[in-house]
Design a protein around this ligand. Structure first.
Ligand code: ASP
Length: 453
């Protein structure tokens, strides 16, 4: 058994959290690679170390005084180190590292910012390795450059170069004891630091899990499991999702499901490595397993997600069904305005295109409508804002009878008008379009229809 474990910022926010991380790793000898984030928030008004680093970099680039912010960052590490009785030389090294980065070349802003941002994870990994050593455990800080974490030079949005996989695998196999790997960054072929997008330590963990072909990728955060519905909408939800498939996760994430960004864990998904989402503050909870295939007997539906701010663009034209090329011309108009469309349910004489509102501002709307009138000669065009999408997701639905009926009955009983229903394009979800004002009511009704028992 070989496990890669990733700990998010809240799991490393202070000394007590770092102790928990070490306890979790030591409780299972299969946990051999630890990926760490930078220290996160200790309480809701706190500032993440990464945000302090971004602020420090911005001040330095603007020629402003950054010493106070820099000092605040050193203090975050110093407090943790002091409480864990780690050698004081460690804090001196961290302070020197930050000083070296901030006084480095600022000729390329993105490069400079990434070098600063990466300091959060890099020093966090040095600190965690020292915390293991202080407990007499053999642990090694891994330098992503030496290990072969090679990235493109898209600073702040870097991607993995695929030849990293064999390099990482052979390097990590030789590491002494527990490998402590900093998340969030790697190096370009020219040797510069480059970071993934924000939250990118999840990506590092998924890459390492794929590289070493781990049996499981454990992603430790601060929730017991993924809930079948947003607890802000249904605060009384108690039971989390025990198992769901990657496809289900993707559909739920599309419609605003939190926990983590599905694209971040793509390397592990592609390699078919199960992902276990767990809670650092409650490690005995089994968490949620994400797998390639699950047993559908327990539950046809795994979750209900919803997202707001969609626009419906309706086009009516008599005999539209016989007109060749109208759909293509409509999409071309949207494409030339760089508008990405989300869904496109069609009728006999009508098409409606569903777009995210932030991608379709009023100016774009005006230009698109003008061209639709001129080029497509419709009978009627209508734009409606303030729509929401609700997804009922579950791979088991394709084998169960009466799922849509149950959903539509629940919405009818709650007095919600269904403006759009899309089933069939995906075998694993049913999508409802409703007015934004009805979203909460609709999600609650669907939750009780599928999870009440
Ligand atoms: N520390 C980085 C961030 O706050 C990366 C991470 O935590 O995953 O975005």
């Amino acid at each position: 058994m070989f496990k890669v474990c990733k700990f998010g910022g809240s799991s490393l926010a202070d000394a007590a959290q770092v102790r928990k991380v070490c306890d979790i790793i030591l409780a299972d000898s299969a946990r051999r690679i630890v990926v760490v984030s930078a220290p996160g928030k200790r309480h809701s008004n706190d500032i993440k170390v990464t945000d302090l680093l971004i602020c420090c970099a911005a001040k330095a680039l603007a020629g402003e005084d950054y010493q106070e912010v820099l000092q605040a960052i050193v203090v975050r590490y110093a407090e943790i180190a002091a409480e864990l009785a780690l050698p004081t030389t460690l804090v001196d090294e961290i302070a020197a590292d930050l000083q070296r980065r901030v006084t480095g070349s600022r000729a390329h802003a993105g490069m400079f910012q990434d070098s600063m941002k990466a300091a959060g994870e890099d020093n966090s990994a040095r600190l965690v390795a020292a915390a293991f050593k202080a407990r007499g455990v053999v642990a090694t800080y891994v330098d992503p450059k030496e290990a072969g974490m090679r990235l493109t030079n898209e600073f702040g949005n870097a991607q993995l170069l695929s030849d990293s996989y064999p390099l990482l695998e052979s390097y990590l196999k030789k590491v002494d004891g527990i490998a402590v790997f900093p998340g969030f960054f790697g190096y370009t072929l020219a040797g510069e630091v480059a970071t993934f997008p924000r939250g990118g330590s999840d990506i590092t963990g998924a890459i390492l899990a794929a590289a070493v072909k781990a049996d499981v990728y454990e992603n430790f955060t601060d929730v017991d499991s993924v809930y079948p519905v947003d607890p802000r909408i249904v605060p009384e939800v108690k039971k989390g999702i025990a198992v769901m498939t990657f496809r289900e996760m993707r559909e739920l994430a599309y419609a605003g499901f939190g926990v983590f960004h599905d694209e971040a864990v793509l390397p592990a998904v592609r390699a078919g490595i199960p992902i276990n989402i767990r809670n650092t503050n409650h490690p005995e909870a089994p968490g949620t397993m994400l797998v390639v295939k699950r047993d559908y007997d327990c539950c046809a539906v795994v979750g209900i997600a919803s997202d707001d701010g969609f626009v419906h663009l309706y086009i009516d034209k008599y005999l539209l069904n016989r007109e060749v090329g109208l759909g293509r011309r409509l999409l071309q108009i949207l494409e030339s305005e760089k508008v990405s469309w989300e869904h496109m349910p069609t009728g006999i004489d009508n098409i409606s295109v569903i777009i995210r509102g932030d991608a379709f501002d009023k100016d774009r709307e005006e230009r698109v409508l003008k061209r639709i009138h001129e080029e497509l000669k419709p009978d009627n065009v209508l734009v409606e804002r303030d729509h929401a999408i609700i997804m009922v997701v579950g791979e088991g639905m394709q084998y169960a009878v009466g799922m849509s009926a149950r959903a539509t009955r629940a919405l009818a009983d709650a007095g919600v008008n269904i403006e759009m229903l899309n089933q069939g394009a995906s075998e694993i979800s049913v999508m409802f379009g409703v007015r934004s004002a009805d979203r909460i009511k609709a999600v609650r009704a669907l939750y009780y229809a599928f999870f009440n028992s």
